[in-house]
Ligand binder design. Sequence first.
Ligand code: GLC
Length: 738
Amino acid sequence: MRYKNLVLAGMATAFLAISCATPSNDIDRKVDELLSKMTLEEKIGQMNQRSGGAELCDEIAAGQIGSILNCVDPNQINAIQKVAVEHSRLGIPVLVGRDVIHGFNTIFPIPLGLASTFDPALVEKGARIAAEEATANGVRWTFSPMLDIARDSRWGRVAEGSGEDVYLDCQMGVAMVKGYQGEDPADPTSLAACIKHFVGYGAAEGGRDYNSVMISERSLRNTYFPAFKACVDAGALTLMTSFNEIDGIPSTGNKWLLDDILRKEWGFEGMVVTDWNSSGEMIAHGFASDLKHASEISVNAGVDMDMESHGFARHLAELVKEGRVREADIDNAVRNILKLKFKLGLFDNPYVDAEAAASASYKAEALAAAKQSALESAILIKNDNNTLPLVKAKTILVTGPLADAPYEQMGTWAFDGQKEHTVTPLVSLKEQYNVIYEPGLAYSRDLNTSNLSKVKAAASRADAIVVIVGEEAILSGEAHSLSNINLVGAQSQLIATAKSTGKPVVVVVMAGRELTIGRDLPNCDAMLYCFHPGTMGGEAIADLISGKANPSGKLPMTMLVDAGQAPFYYNHNNGGRPNNGTETLLMDIPIEAGQTSLGCSSYYLDSGYGPLLPFGYGLSYTEFQYSNITISSSEYSEKDTIKVEYDLTNTGSKEGTEIAMLFVHDKVGSVVRPVKELKRFERVTLQPSETKHCEFTLPVSELAFYNIDMKKVVEPGEFELWVAGDSASGEAIPFCVK
Ligand code: GLC
C-alpha cells in the first residue's frame, strides 16, 4: 500500500488548475499516440473499473485501474488522480463515476416523480445542478439516466425511470443527458451521462428484479430502443449494459445489441461499461462457463469497461495470447475510454478545488429548483368538495410515518443526499398552520396500532387531518420488488382511523412507485401523490396543501386497482377480444352460472378491466376545458406535418397549469399497433378564465414504426388522434395517410 500514505498525506493539498479543452479534432491523434505506447497490461488496466478510493492506489499506480466508482471525497479523488498522473508509467488520469440519479447532495424527486412533471426543461435544469455539485467533488461520470421502460409497479426500479411511455422516456432521457453533460464535455462541470440499462431490464417477468425478459426484436425497436437512440443522437457519452437476458442472451454478452445495433446501426461512438459484475453474472445465467469465458464473451460482444467483475483484469491478457480475444478489439475499447478522458479534459486537469467543493452544494438556486421539481411532480389524485387547498383550517393534525422522515423522503439512489438538509412536511406545515403532530406509526411497515387511539384523540382538536404515508426508501429501487403494492404496515388503518373522526382527511403519499391505493381513496377527501420528493419535498407539499401552489403533475404510469393486473399500460395492443366495459364481477355471478354466460372479453372477474387511474391522470385546484380542436387536413402524405390546434381555457378560479397531450392511433397496420401513443405534450399555464390558443405540430414521419418486414416505415391508412389531459379522455379525430 505504498501509495496509500502518499494519498493520505496528499489529501490536505488542494489542486488548482485551469482546464482547457483538447480540441476534439486532434483527440483521435492523441489517443492513438498514447495507445501506441501502452503495453497490453496497461490497455487492460484502462478497461478495469473498481469500487473504492485510496485503497486502490497501488493498483492505479501500476496502471491496473482505469476508473473508480463510489469515491466522492474531493481530497481523496485529488490524491488518487495525483498518483495516477505522477506515479503511473503513462500518467493516465482516472475516470471517477457515481450514481448521481436524481441529484448529488441536493436531492430532487425520484426520476419517476420527475417524469410526472412532464417538464423536460426543469428536469434538464435539475440535472445541470446535479452535475455542478458532483463535479465540484471530483466526480465526472454519472450512471444516469435510466431509460428502462417500466410497465409493472411491482418492479422496485420503476422509481428510477420515466414510466411506461416511449415519448415521455425519450424527452426525459434527453433532458438529463443535456443537463448532465452541458454544452462542452471539457467544461469542468460537465458530467458524462451513462444511458442504462441497455436493454429491456424493466420488462423482467413478474416485475421481479433481474428476472428473465422476453421481448421480440420488433418490440425492442418500437418500444425499448427509442429512448436509447434519442440519447445517443443527443450525444450521450457512455452506455451501460443490463443485467437481464433477452430470450436467453444476457445483454452484456449480446453482440447484436452492442455492435450491430449500437455501433453499426446507430453509430454510437461512446464508451460501453457493464453493470456491476454483469459480465461475471453470465456464469449464473448459464451463458459463460467461468469468469475467463464471461470476459471473452463480453469483450467480443463490444464491452469496453468491466465494472467490478475483475474478469478483464484477471483474464484478458491470457485470452489475447490464446487468440480468443483480438488485441485490435482491446485497442478499440481502450480508444473509447481514452477518448472519453480526453473529451472530459481530464488529461489537462483531473483535479478539483477540494476546499470549494462543499460550497458548491445546497445553493439557493439548487434548493429552489428541487422545490419546483417537487411542486410539479405532485399529482392530485382526489379532491372531493375542494377539500384542498386547506384554506379555512387553522389547526391541523399531522400524522403518518412519512410526515417527518428526512431520510425516507429522499427515496432510493440518494447516496450523497444529506438528510440534515431535508425539509420535511411537518417542519413546513408548522410554518403555515397550528400543527398537532401525532405520528401514529413509527415507520411505513409498522404494524403496531397502539398509537392510533392518540391520533383519534388528537383529531378532536384539529380542523383537518393530513396523513402522510407511503414507503420507506428501502422498499423501492434495485432488488426491491414487491408482489403486493398496497400501502404497507398499518397505514391503511391509520387513514381509516383519521376518516372515522369525521374531520376532512388529506392523504399525502411518498413512495417509489405507484401503489395500489384504491382501497384508501374512500377513506380520504383528498390525496396528493408525491413519490419520494427529495430534499425540498416538505416545503413543496406544505405550499400545495395551503394553496400557495397548485398541483400540475400527471401519472407517468397507469395506476392499478391491484398488482395482479400488472403489467398494465395505456399504450397496449387491443387484442382480439378487448374488454367491452360490460364486465360481470365476482359477486355478481349467479350460482351455477353457465360457462359462457359471462361473455368472453379480456378482464379480471375479481378486479375488472380498467386501471384505477389512467396514464396522464392528474387533477388541479382549477378546471380546464379543451375546445375548438382542429386538424390541418384530413389527409396527409408521409412528407407532411400534421398541425393540431386547440383552445385551452381555465374555467376555474385559480391559476393553474395543464399538461396537454397529443395521442395518435394507427388503426390498421401490417402488425397490430398500440391503441394509443403519446406523441406530444406541453405545459400550459392559465389565469382564471384565460383561454390560450395552442397547437401541436407532428411530422407524419414520426408515425413510423417497425412493420412486418422489420422496416421502419409509415404505413398509409386510417389514423385517429386525441388532444386531451390524459390517455383516457378526449374525442378521436380521424385522419388518413395516403
Ligand atoms: C447497480 C445498478 C446500476 C448502477 C451500478 C453502480 O447494480 O444496476 O444501475 O449504476 O450498479 O452502482
